[in-house]
Design a protein around this ligand. Structure first.
Ligand SMILES: [Zn+2]
Length: 211
């Protein structure tokens, strides 16, 4: 499962500071307090946009690995939330999806990105963003009722240049029921129960250590 690693670090700052080494998880999010020997469990590697590590913990009682995903990382999608958001923001401004695909030509895909590949890449991100914004607007109808389903509209409403990163905090209590890339991988028991939250108290991820 994944928990938030709440941090205001950018990807570059996180890598420079090797901030995964400072990620802490004091209590197990799955077990009653003091009833499991939660332990660090190394790190796992992400490669986009450049190599970085994510801290991991292990609950021996439930045999669950817990990754502490920093707020800027997309869940179950390569790369960062700001990069995803910026691509969609640019596509929203472009005269057509083709024009956006030509301009964006994702560097993370194969070396020679063909236009059809780039089109699929852009359309997928537009769809992901639209689905995410639709869901979030439904969660906060009062706050976001007047928002259009665009990055620009949400940036204005939330007064931020990074909507998705802000939503990790705003939607913190819903992250295990929201789909990726905003939502986080839920606890295994929750997956078995079809997405219902666990009965146990959910632990809070610790605050980020400043770089
Ligand atoms: Zn545990």
């Amino acid at each position: 499962m994944q928990l938030r690693y709440p941090t205001e670090l950018t990807f570059a700052e996180y890598v420079k500071a090797e901030a995964w080494q400072h990620a802490r998880l004091e209590t197990c999010p799955l077990c009653p307090p003091g009833q499991c020997r939660l332990a660090r469990h190394g790190t796992y590697r992400r490669t986009v946009p450049a190599p970085a590590r994510v801290a991991r913990f292990y609950c021996p009682t439930t045999h669950t690995t817990i990754g502490l995903l920093p707020d800027f990382f997309a869940s179950r999608l390569p790369g960062t939330l700001p990069a995803l958001e910026e691509a969609v923001a640019q596509a929203e401004q472009a005269p057509s999806v083709e024009a956006a695909a030509n301009a964006l030509r994702p560097a993370e895909a194969d070396d020679a990105v063909t236009l059809p590949t780039a089109l699929r890449w852009v359309r997928r991100r537009l769809a992901i963003m639209r689905a995410t914004l639709t869901t979030v607007r439904g969660l906060f109808p009062t706050l976001l009722a007047r928002c259009q389903l665009t990055v620009r509209s949400f940036r204005d409403a939330l007064d931020t240049a990074s909507v998705l990163v802000a939503l990790r905090g705003i939607c913190a209590r819903y992250l295990h029921t929201l789909p990726a890339p905003l939502g986080l991988r839920p606890p295994p028991a929750m997956v078995r129960r079809g997405g219902r939250p666990p009965q146990q108290r959910m632990g809070r991820a610790p605050p980020a250590t400043p770089a």
